[in-house]
Design a protein around this ligand. Structure first.
Ligand SMILES: Cc1ncc(COP(=O)(O)O)c(C=O)c1O
Length: 354
């Protein structure tokens, strides 16, 4: 079989975005071009803009729908709120925060990078020191943070960042990348005083990549989310995340995220033993089982593989992925007990967060 040909059946898409698109969303996009000056378009967008606010948990924020990628939304968030030369405190905790910092530097901002070991969350003690030193001069114009670092499966505590800013009555803007968190993890724009939050269409919203937001797919995607209930969506992600972590533990492998309170419910980065190349796991999963897993990125290349468990996904789909990972692990010579990860999943009814 040629490398690029899928085998029979569906591809099992378990990269941490893009994710499976619900069939109604795919159907909603299948439309003829429309008269964009007709009254139907403002009527639709008005509803959408109000609905989008619900998933950001804001009543005061102003939503923008931009046909771009997460990377484009980063740029938009920066260039519409700050000026070149402005000082930004930015947390470096993995590949996506690294790329955002790189963009901030290229755009000419004065980026004050706070780095932590990959696998750990943002260093808030360092932020506190910087805010204390800047308590009167206010040279820090913004704090930029990736809520959920997709490369390492680490979720940061945004409420704690807001508490620090408030403790020093610091006016810096709080800019949040919610690309792999919003609509899957607990996110509260108003309550946490987030000034700018951005997300991408291909993650928890379960839409096409690069925000082909056509408006109709967003309309249908939001309808499905509200039908399930946003809180239930978040709880479902917690169940799926917990099941994945239990499986990893049962396989005798380690989570790249080293702080329990930072475990991500949308992506788990799994550390493999040094005698196995994690890229081989990803390659073999795709070729042999039609299972798409995420590679380890940058510093984590060869050391971790990632299981995405977000978006339009249910328990049995995830169990299929976990079974697939077990078979792959066995094929590459890791001594896994087949069925152990899948069996561990049954404990999720008793365990909330592991
Ligand atoms: C946390 C995070 N931010 C930003 C991005 C970049 O998004 P895009 O690939 O749509 O440019 C990603 C992509 O995976 C991401 O996970």
């Amino acid at each position: 079989m040629a490398d690029y040909v899928y085998g029979p059946g569906r591809n099992h898409l378990f990269v941490p975005g893009p994710v499976n698109i619900p069939d109604p969303v795919i159907r909603a996009m299948n439309r003829q071009n429309e008269d964009y000056r007709s009254p139907a378009i403002p009527a639709l967008t008005k509803v959408l803009l109000e609905d989008v606010k619900k998933i950001f948990k804001t009543t005061t924020g102003t939503p923008f729908l931009i046909p771009t990628t997460g990377t484009g939304a980063w740029e938009s968030a920066l260039t519409n709120t700050l000026s070149p030369g402005d000082r930004i405190v930015s947390f470096l905790i993995g590949q996506f925060s690294l790329l955002w910092i790189d963009q901030q530097q290229r755009l000419g901002f004065d980026v004050d990078v706070v780095e932590s070991d990959w696998g750990r969350g943002a260093d808030l003690a360092a932020l506190e020191r910087k805010l204390r030193q800047d308590a009167t001069r206010h040279t820090i114009k913004a704090v930029a943070i990736v809520h959920n670092e997709t490369a390492t499966g680490v979720t940061n505590d945004l409420a704690a960042v807001r508490r620090l800013l408030d403790a020093y009555a610091h006016p810096a803007l709080l800019l949040v990348d919610g690309v792999s968190s919003i609509c899957a993890l607990d996110f509260r724009m108003d309550e946490w005083g987030v000034d700018v939050a951005l997300t991408g269409s291909q993650k928890a919203l379960s839409m096409p990549t690069g925000m082909g937001i056509l408006l109709y797919d967003l309309h249908t995607a939001l309808d499905l989310i509200f039908e399930e209930g946003l809180d239930n969506v978040i709880k479902r992600h917690n169940r799926l995340g917990t099941a994945t972590r239990l499986a990893v533990e049962a396989w005798g492998l380690k989570n790249c995220c080293r702080k329990v309170e930072c475990f991500s419910d949308t992506v788990t980065a799994v550390v493999v033993p040094p005698y196995i190349d994690s890229a081989e796991i990803v390659k073999h999963a795709w070729k042999r089982y039609n299972l798409s897993l995420g590679l380890g990125l940058n510093k984590d290349a060869g050391k971790v593989f990632r299981i995405g468990h977000l978006g339009n996904l249910n328990e049995l789909q995830l169990l299929g992925c976990l079974s697939g990972v077990e078979m792959v692990l066995k094929d590459v010579g890791y001594p896994v007990k087949l069925g152990s990860g899948v069996a561990a999943r049954r404990r999720t009814s008793r365990i909330r967060r592991l």
